[in-house]
Design a binder for this molecule. Structure first.
Ligand code: GTR
Length: 439
C-alpha cells in the first residue's frame, strides 16, 4: 500500500504557549505531566491513503467514492473509532411539550419536543429545544447541535424547564450532586447566540447530550445504549460496539427525523454543529447522516478533526484512558500505536463529501491541536475534488481570525477553547452560502 509521508513542520509560530489546555467549564481536562507541545518533536508519520483501497485500486470518480470507498471508510471508522450505530430502533415518538410564540422578546417561537422510542419506554427520551425566527416568510434552514449544560443553560429565558438528568459536576454551582440547579440558567447562552441566528433567518435545534447518555464510564447503564442493548441486560461492550459519541450523534439524527415533520423548518437545509467532545459528535453525525448538508466542528480536537497521528496536545492514549466510553473498545488499542489504525481524521472529514464542512480552532486551545485540525481538512480535499468541489485554497494554516475555504473551510480564532459569536458569524455565513445551492 502506498502511503503519503508527512514530515513534521517546525512552524508552530501561530500557537502561543500561554495556555496549556483550556477546556469547557464542565470538564477540567486530564493534565498529564508530559504533554508534547513541540512540533519538532512529532515523529514522522504516514496517513492512510484516502483514495486508494487496501487492494491498491485508485478511486478516480465521485461514483466510485460514493459506491465503493465511502462505505468502506465509514465501516473502518465504525470498527476502529466510534463503533457501529444500530440500524433499528422501532417507532420514534414526537410529543410537543410546550410552544412559546414570543420567545426572545418576540423574535422567536420556542418549541420543546420530547423525542422517545415506542419500543424502549425505559429510555426517558431526549428533549429538543427548537427556536424558529418569527420573521420567517417560509420554512427556514436549521442548525442542529447538542449542548453541555441543558436547554435551560442555552436559553437566556427563565421559563425553560431545568434539566432533571445526571450532569457532570463542574467547578461552579450550576450543578450540585450531579443535578442542574437554578444557577445554571443561561450559563451556555453565550455559546448559542440565538438572537444572531434568528436575525440571520436560521432556526436552532438543540438537546442536552446527557438525555441520551450520561457522560461517564457507567453512563450507558442509564442511557440509550444500555436500554437498547439486549433489552438492557448487556454488561460489557465489545470491539466494534458503539460508544457514547455514537449515541449522542444518534440523538442528532432523531432530531433530523423530527425536523422533517416540522413545517416551519426546511429539513433539506440542516447544518450540524458541536463543540469539543460534541464537535467529535457532530463530525460523526455528519459522517453518517447525509441529511446534514453542512457539518461544523468547533474545537473538536483528538478523536474529532485533529489528526491522531500527530503526537501533540491530547493523544489517543490520554483520551482513551480518560474517556473510554466515548469510543468503541478497539480505539484504545491505538494508544501509543496510532500508526496501526487504518483511519485518521482526514477520512472522517472526507466522509461528509461532497457536503460542506467547516473546521474551527482557537489559538490557545493547544490541547486540541489546531494545526492537526487544519490538516485533516487539507488532506480530505481530494475526496471533495472528485465532485468538482474545492477545499481550503491554501496549504498552510491561515492567519488568526482569517477564515479560508470553499466547500471545506477553516479558521483559527483568537482566544480559548470555546464557541463564540465570532465562530457563529462564520458558520452562519458558510451555511447560508452552501444551503442555498441547488442539490
Ligand atoms: C477534554 C477532552 C477533550 C475535549 C474536552 C471537552 O477533557 O480531553 O477531548 O473533548 O474535554 O469536551 O470539553
Amino acid at each position: 500500500m502506498r502511503t503519503l509521508l508527512l514530515l513534521p513542520s517546525l512552524a508552530a509560530a501561530l500557537l502561543s504557549p500561554a495556555v496549556q489546555a483550556q477546556q469547557s467549564p464542565q470538564t477540567p481536562p486530564p493534565q498529564p505531566k508530559q504533554v508534547n507541545y513541540d512540533e519538532a518533536a512529532i515523529p514522522p508519520y504516514a496517513l492512510p491513503e484516502l483514495l486508494r483501497t487496501p487492494a491498491g485500486v485508485e478511486i478516480k470518480t465521485a461514483t466510485d467514492w460514493i459506491q465503493k470507498r465511502r462505505p468502506a471508510v465509514l465501516s473502518l471508522y465504525e470498527q476502529h473509532v466510534f463503533g457501529k450505530t444500530p440500524t433499528q430502533w422501532g417507532k420514534v415518538v414526537f410529543e410537543t411539550l410546550a410552544v412559546k410564540k414570543d420567545a426572545l422578546e418576540g423574535k422567536a417561537t420556542r418549541k420543546l419536543v420530547r423525542i422517545s422510542l415506542a419500543d424502549y419506554p425505559k429510555w426517558q427520551g431526549l428533549e429538543l429545544m427548537l427556536h424558529i425566527p418569527n420573521e420567517a416568510k417560509g420554512p427556514v434552514p436549521c442548525f442542529v447541535g447538542p449542548n453541555f449544560g441543558g436547554n435551560h443553560a442555552v436559553s437566556p429565558e427563565p421559563d425553560v424547564p431545568l434539566s432533571t438528568r445526571w450532569m457532570r459536576q463542574g467547578k461552579d454551582d450550576a450543578v450540585a450532586n450531579n443535578r442542574a440547579t437554578e444557577k445554571g440558567r443561561g450559563t451556555e447562552a453565550k455559546r448559542w447566540p440565538l438572537d444572531l441566528a434568528m436575525a440571520e433567518g436560521f432556526a436552532v435545534a438543540t438537546y442536552y447530550y446527557g438525555d441520551v447518555e450520561p457522560d461517564h464510564t457507567d453512563g450507558w447503564k442509564d442511557g440509550l445504549r444500555g436500554t437498547m442493548s439486549k433489552n438492557g441486560s448487556q454488561t460489557e461492550w465489545k470491539e466494534g460496539d458503539w460508544g457514547a459519541i455514537g449515541a449522542w450523534a444518534w440523538g442528532l439524527s432523531r432530531i433530523a427525523d423530527y425536523l422533517a415533520t416540522e413545517p416551519a423548518v426546511d429539513a433539506k437545509k440542516l447544518a450540524v454543529i458541536g463543540h469539543s467532545r460534541l464537535g467529535k459528535t457532530s463530525l460523526w453525525a455528519g459522517a453518517q447522516d447525509r441529511r446534514f448538508k453542512v457539518v461544523v466542528s468547533n474545537n473538536s480536537g483528538e478523536g474529532g478533526a485533529a489528526l491522531m497521528r500527530r503526537n501533540i496536545g491530547e493523544t489517543t492514549a490520554v483520551i482513551t484512558k480518560a474517556f473510554p466510553h466515548w469510543f468503541t473498545k478497539t480505539y484504545s488499542s491505538y494508544a501509543n500505536n496510532e500508526s496501526a489504525c487504518p483511519v485518521d481524521s482526514h477520512m472522517l472529514i472526507a466522509l461528509a463529501a461532497p457536503r460542506a464542512v467547516y473546521i474551527a480552532s482557537a489559538v490557545e486551545d493547544r490541547w486540541a491541536d489546531p494545526k492537526g485540525e487544519f490538516l485533516s481538512g487539507l488532506h480530505a480535499e481530494p475526496a471533495f475534488n472528485l465532485f468538482g468541489k474545492k477545499g481550503y485554497g491554501v496549504a498552510e494554516q491561515p492567519a488568526i481570525d482569517t477564515p479560508v475555504g470553499d466547500t471545506v473551510a477553516y479558521h483559527i480564532r483568537t482566544g480559548i477553547h470555546d464557541v463564540t459569536r465570532y465562530d457563529w458569524e462564520q458558520y452562519l455565513r458558510f451555511a447560508r452560502r452552501h444551503l442555498n445551492q441547488p442539490e
